[in-house]
Write a protein that binds this ligand. Structure first.
Ligand SMILES: [Zn+2]
Length: 95
């Protein structure tokens, strides 16, 4: 497993697999949170996981922790390395 290091700006940490930036976003005047991350596999690609129910497409449930976040369901990196796993208690665990 890989520790999900929480960073202020994911673009400063491109080379760190599993780094996570918790982004505050506003959608139609509602505050929401999304998770930008660098793929834990080491391929270097960046992904984004929204938590807002109003957003189109897939979304994830968040346990509310900024130090040790848990997102459900699992994360599948489509179109690239196909990494599949979970962010659980602040750690990436591949399936
Ligand atoms: Zn990858």
């Amino acid at each position: 497993m890989i520790r999900a290091r929480i960073v202020d700006d994911i673009d400063d940490h491109n080379a760190t697999p599993g780094a996570v930036e918790i982004r505050e976003v506003e959608i139609d005047g509602e505050r929401s949170v999304g998770f930008a991350f660098i793929c834990p596999c080491g391929c270097g690609r960046e992904g984004y996981l929204p938590t807002d129910p109003a957003e189109q497409g897939p979304r994830w449930d968040w346990n509310g922790s900024r130090e040790r976040p848990t997102l459900t369901p699992s994360v599948l990196f489509r179109g690239g390395c196909q990494w599949h796993g979970f962010l659980t208690d602040g750690e990436w665990r591949s399936c």
